[in-house]
Design a protein around this ligand. Structure first.
Ligand SMILES: NC(=O)C1=CN([C@@H]2O[C@H](COP(=O)(O)OP(=O)(O)OC[C@H]3O[C@@H](n4cnc5c(N)ncnc54)[C@H](O)[C@@H]3O)[C@@H](O)[C@H]2O)[C@@H](O)CC1
Ligand SMILES: [K+]
Length: 472
């Protein structure tokens, strides 16, 4: 699991560690990890021309000490100082190693620059950049950028953008990830993120991203004693308005994760579902979870009511989302930004620019698991949940080719099947939704192989995605 800690959590851990270490030891660890990552990025140091952008804080200190290590390895290093208060010990180390420095006002790039190291601000920075930093970045446009800890200017805890900020090719962070590394829109400006362990002892994070090991641990798998009912039954009430969505949600649910799939829908569509998926049982009956709303059109409200009447968890997608009210129990809501905007009566742009804020708001307001779809899908726990573990999962699997019609229907069906299969082994709805998003993205990447895919291809690859996790 990748954990993302807030700035106040990092600061508290830093205080404890600083008290136990000699002066400067922590920054030396950070700078050494940073210099190593830069050498890997450049394929060496000798003869490279490196420009450090250095602000007034310890972030600039990290850049200066790393610059000293790089200068000793033969790089030509210039520190451009955005403040007269640049870290004095770091600056002295750079000069001793043969590096140079100049105030920002005197800098001119002249000649090839191989790398910019962004040490303008780190976790102590306010969002946005000052005009002198903006002008320097403009002058160095096109040069690869390695950000120290975070791309300067982004909202570290929120993952939001407010004004100018650095866009990095590589971000080298220390001790733990911060929310901006995982959550869009900021995450899209971090490039590759490398974590350097500096020995911080941290509490449980608010935000986390599942890795393959977590998926393997959490995903319910059958035992020798399992039968189709103990493996869970998922029911779908979908496709009443748009038949394709009924077929695709069933395809997502028929991935083999649950023991049985039931489909309830219009007669003509039920025949098509059975032709496409002969294993699906037509008509209602006992289920462990329902999926409603995918292509349901005008039927969505009725379908939601009927599903709720069974008292089992319900995955609510698409057309059914507008019928959700606070107080409905055990729901997983799966909106995209436009749908969530409508549910909360805010603008879509507002959701897209502050997804972490709004997914939490929605989870608190509806007291439900809310899965907000996007490049980095977010899955928030119900407001009243006190279960251990992160409050928000961020999904990092997938490919841009997954942005295709019907992919959301497959996801809803898949999540329904995981909820059903997890019912008897105590898998929580929050984790079930995160597992669904992870497998959906992994299946898309497998199916795509770098090329175009349809939603049906994603559904067809779910089995392979599961197989890779389960067999290691
Ligand atoms: N906290 C930790 O555990 C560690 C922190 N280290 C480094 O220390 C950094 C934090 O250092 P600091 O607390 O000194 O803070 P920063 O280096 O992030 O900068 C804070 C200073 O920048 C100025 N500032 C704030 N917003 C600005 C903006 N938008 N534009 C220009 N200037 C701005 C403020 O006046 C403030 O004094 C981390 O990001 C990391 O790079 C590492 O050395 C090792 C361990
Ligand atoms: K930075």
């Amino acid at each position: 699991m990748r954990s993302a800690h807030r700035v106040d959590q990092v600061r508290a851990a830093e205080v404890r560690l600083l008290a136990a270490l000699p002066d400067g030891a922590l920054m030396a660890r950070a700078a050494s990890g940073l210099a190593t990552a830069i050498i890997d990025f450049l394929g060496g140091a000798r003869g490279r021309r490196i420009v450090l952008l250095v602000g007034s804080g310890d972030n600039g200190g990290d850049a200066l000490f790393a610059g000293a290590l790089l200068a000793r390895r033969g790089a030509g290093v210039t520190a451009v100082l955005l403040s007269p208060d640049a870290h004095p010990a770091g600056l002295a180390a750079l000069h001793r190693a043969g590096g140079t420095s100049c105030p920002a006002a005197d800098f001119s790039a002249r000649g090839t620059v191989d790398l910019v190291v962004d040490g303008i601000v780190g976790i102590g920075g306010r969002p946005g950049l000052r005009p002198d930093a903006v002008a320097l970045l403009a002058e160095l446009e096109g040069v690869p950028v390695v950000a120290v800890d975070v791309p300067s200017g982004v909202g570290v805890d929120s993952g939001e953008l407010a004004g100018a900020h650095v866009t990095a090719d590589l971000t080298v962070t220390f001790g733990t990830h911060k929310p901006c590394h995982l959550i869009d829109p900021a995450a899209a400006h971090c490039g590759v993120v490398t974590l350097v362990d500096i020995g911080l002892d941290l509490p449980t994070a608010d935000v986390g991203a599942l890795g393959t090991t977590d998926v393997s641990r959490l995903l319910p798998v059958p035992s020798h004693h399992s039968h189709k009912y103990t493996r869970g039954v998922v029911g779908l009430r979908t496709g009443g308005g748009y038949p394709g969505a009924g077929l695709l949600s069933t395809a997502g649910a028929s991935s083999g994760l649950a023991g049985m799939v039931r489909y309830v829908g219009p007669d003509g569509l039920t025949d098509q579902v059975r032709a496409a998926h002969p294993e699906v049982v037509a008509g209602g009956g006992r289920v462990n979870a329902w999926v409603v709303g995918c292509g349901s059109g005008d039927e969505a409200g009725r379908e939601l009511d009927e599903a709720l009447a069974d008292g089992v968890p319900v995955v609510v997608d698409a057309d059914a989302l507008v019928h959700v009210r606070p107080g409905m129990p055990r729901l997983i809501l799966t909106p995209h930004a436009g749908e969530l905007a409508r549910m909360l009566d805010v603008e879509r742009d507002e959701i897209e620019s502050r997804p972490l804020h709004w997914v939490r708001e929605a989870a608190a307001h509806f007291d439900a698991v809310v899965l907000l779809k996007g490049r980095r899908t977010l899955i928030a726990r119900p407001g009243s949940s006190s279960a251990p573990g992160p409050h928000v999962w961020v999904n990092t699997t997938g490919t841009p080719w997954l942005a295709t019609a019907g992919a959301g229907d497959v996801l809803a069906g898949l999540i329904g099947s995981i909820v059903a299969s997890g019912d008897q082994v105590g898998l929580g709805l929050h984790d079930a939704a995160a597992l669904g998003a992870w497998l959906h993205g992994a299946a898309a990447t497998l199916a795509s192989g770098g090329g175009p895919i349809t939603a049906g291809d994603v559904a067809a690859a779910i089995g392979d995605a599961v197989r890779r996790v389960v067999t290691g």
